[in-house]
Design a protein around this ligand. Structure first.
Ligand SMILES: [Zn+2]
Length: 142
């Protein structure tokens, strides 16, 4: 989905839909930390959308190479209801994480998991339920 298509979502009356609208209200800079360094220091920002209805679901920073299999909570940049989970004191385990659903058609996109090696909460993405596209609006901080 290109920027124009994302902006077409603006103006929807459905309050459940995320407005990936201009002026852009997601994050404009990538995170740089040890998780990223351990994956080679290269990152890309993705817009993950619903394969069923094309509704954008989240802006996500993927660190390192390889396929997108899971989304760590601490790499979800937008929207706030998902990006705030990483700072929510009530969200301490997979049991307290909501399922990841499309905000529009309610398709089930991801299930809560822990990446044991780093003890990081994440969503395991369900194959073929989502699409991803590079978000070129986000700059890498020097
Ligand atoms: Zn959907």
């Amino acid at each position: 989905m290109n920027k124009e298509n994302i902006e077409k979502k603006e103006g929807s009356n459905n309050n459940n839909k995320i407005e990936f609208s201009a002026p852009y209200i997601g994050q404009k800079e990538m995170k740089r930390d040890s998780y990223r360094r351990e994956r080679g220091g290269t990152s890309v920002i993705l817009i993950v959308s619903c394969a069923n209805c094309e509704q954008p679901i989240m802006q996500y920073q993927k660190d390192g190479p390889g396929a997108l299999l899971r989304c760590y909570l601490d790499r979800i940049l937008f929207p706030k209801n998902l990006s705030s989970l990483q700072k929510n004191p009530n969200v301490t385990s997979t049991a307290t994480m909501p399922q990841l659903e499309c905000p529009s058609c309610k398709a089930h996109i991801g299930t809560p998991m822990v990446y044991e090696k780093e003890k990081r909460l994440a969503y395991r993405l369900i194959p073929n339920t989502y699409k991803k596209k590079k978000d070129k609006r986000t700059k890498d901080k020097k």
